[in-house]
Design a protein around this ligand. Sequence first.
Ligand SMILES: [Zn+2]
Ligand SMILES: [Zn+2]
Length: 942
Amino acid sequence: MHLIVAEKNISARRIAEILGHGKRIVENKDAGVSTYSFGETTTVGLRGHVVEIDFVPGYSNWRSEEYKPRSLIDAKTIKIPTERKIVSLLQKLARKADRVTIATDFDTEGELIGKEAFELVRAVNPKVIVDRARFSAITSQELSHAFSHTTELDFALAAAGEARQSIDLMWGAALTRFISLAARRGGQNILSVGRVQSPTLTMIVDREKEIEAFVPEKYWQISLLTEKSGEVVETRHTHGRFHEKAEAQLAHDRTKAPLVVTDIKTGTKQDRAPSPFDTTSYIVAAARLGFSAANAMRIAEDLYMNGYISYPRTDNTVYPPSLDLDGILKDIRNSPFRKEVEWTMANRRAVPTRGKKSSTDHPPIHPAGPATREAIGDDAFRIYELVLRRFLATLAPDAQWKTLKVLFVAGGEEYTATGGQLLEPGWHTVYPFSEAKEMILPAFVTGEHLPIKKVALDEKETQPPARFTQSKLIQMMEELGLGTKSTRHEVIAKLVSRKYVEGTPLRPTLVGRAVIESLEQHADMIIKPDMTQTLESHMQQIKESTRTREDVIKESQMMLHRAFDQLEANEQVIGDDIRGRTAEEMNLGKCPVCGGTIAIKHMRGNSQFIGCSRYPDCTFNIGLPNAQWGFAVRTDEICEKHMLNFVRLVRKGARPWDIGCPLCHQITSNKESLAEIPSMTDVLASKIQAKHVYTVAEIARSTPEQMAKRLDISMDAAQQLISDAGSVLEKLRRRSECRKFLRERIIPRKGRSSAKILTALKDLGITELFGLAHTDAATLKKAGVSEAEAEQILTEAKLMYYGQVLKDIGIPAVSLKKYLSAGIITPEMFCERTPEALSKLAGVSPATVQRHVDLVCTFLNKPQPKKIPKLKIEKGKKELLAIRGITDSVVEKLLMAGITNTTTLLSADAGTIAAATGITVQKIKDFQAAIQKKKDTAIIQI
Ligand SMILES: [Zn+2]
Ligand SMILES: [Zn+2]
């Protein structure tokens, strides 16, 4: 069998479809992983990397004394499968294969993924032939060439990728751990530091500092409006910017009619067609259409995988001679852009344009086949159109402009106007994405006099440098050699997700800035691009086999050790510094009660709340959901009413939960419960809010003196309010207990959630465990609970509800457990049976049972069951044993159900006794008949 290993499932399928040449492709699924077979060939797709490197076990404890962060630099690493199902399927197939072709993406990352597959294959089939197919587009032509000219895996290229992986792991893990521990941050709140990430963040921080340090300067400009043949023309003073207002004013005042045309210069300008797309210029062009860098790459990869465009990760801006431009044009004639393609074919320039960089791996990004909007969707089609039109533009002639510059003079002051007219639109015909704005001036004649309609003196200010947009940042990273064409957009996405930068354009957050500024002071080599550039050149050397991977890693380890010398010496300072700077990011504004500062506080064990800086003098606080629902952070928005920053809960992989203004949130979420206080009047409600009392709990916890003083009400009213609040609080507690109970038992499924069921139950009047314990399965089903769940919930609700009731009555926990497991659940059950029976059932001593029965009966306000003297019991037992079929064990059972003699057995309900004893109804009825018969005989005998 010939096994072909592709980088992803979708490319495995495409490859099979193309190489199968119309043969039937059989798709098989093995543990959820697809393979595609035709004839003797099978293709399988990986999921990118199917193994990852990690440290050998022992390094996972951050606070280990033995393994300090520095120890990660020299820690040994191992490869661990991350996609077990794919790995085992790949090895299963490899055992049967006699040839394996690695067909992963054609770049460093793809070569490394290929090498990982190679190692997995060789591990189970050491002799199998393994070759490599390289192609830049998943099209029939590229694939048939690649598969008929297979080569060897490029181990040097893969080694370069491996070196980068190891170094990134070591730098990232060691530094992140060190900085986070120094700043005492853990869990979801760690401070990550990375080899490429940190220098990139530094650029954003530096730009922000430039903007802050920028002092705007005033300048003045003069413009003059004139008119020719009914058309208004704007001219500008040739001096440009005036830095002195007086000077500008003078020039303005001297400008007097007439305005005379002194010179007209005409010329032509060549407007070169754009060069082919590499990854960076593609991202920049896509950004103009509104696509983020990450989105642009995702769509491009999709288009590549489906054979619509060539591989989008490339540094090349020169079409290689081997690229069949005519063939591509012919193919894309069948796209919706036939008109543009045919125009380009008819007007083709002699040689396609070329950019500055030429590399041997991939050609520049170009279309690979026809696509339609219906087939690929709106966004993908816009990207496809961009790539296609760019390709056409690189084959189209240059554009020609006619330029015109007119000089005027008025009162000795010189003015000028410029115009431009597109003589030959050239490439603009097929590429509308770059603006070509014409400015057509009326025909002027030298010496002619014109009217002055207006002379304006405008005061302006110099502007600070602009913040980076994502695409601008990617360009800058490329210039500085930071990251690769494949990773740059991912690095930026990481900075955003780690809350180091925010907004469009990008600006650093307080944390992002604190980390960078602190590193800058104490270990600046980590944030300078030099170190990363050095590594990139080392990687190049590995690719060219002039250096080994081990050698490069060793050098990197030494660099990092030097950084740690500096870092460890300053650990305390770095930690204090970062904490000092980031404390502010949790501040929300003024405390409404005392004027101190309220801030988000994160405690150990995921609890978080908003508290006042003047605690314990001021106890104002606002509760927040546990951090497992999202880590609370401050946002930029400010509540106009309370002047407090908004709060947001962020959780990895989930949509953020916006709380908004914490105080507004506090007020609205407590409105309902405050309204439940019977003695709460409208007047009182607004009064308590004005005095910054927001919750029922605060009222319930206050003393009458405090409340009376704070709200300026009578002691009686305060007393009433507090006691009412206490009951409401109790009710709220019971409701939340019921919600928690249900939430833990109702598994969310598609189309239903515990919230939905809770609302439905509320509508049915069930908000507390009491209600739940007294309802039935049918009601629960109505609320959306399944049959099986309903039984379970009812039983557990009863146990929990009555368990609490019995506990409140005074039954100690140890005995309670015994009663509950013996099925004695409700208080009523304590009065239905004799204490002796209870004692036997639950295994609690008779004296203790008696005490418990006393407690329960007092609680229920029921008479205590009469104690039956031993003698009487013995007499009853004898009576019962005299009945046919009643044995000692039957007597025992009957006793437990409260049946002590023939009289009680006769008058009892057969069904009830059967249920309580496990004896069949028929048998009980037989006993009763026998007793009755005996009784009748006795009467007759009399
Ligand atoms: Zn306060
Ligand atoms: Zn507010």
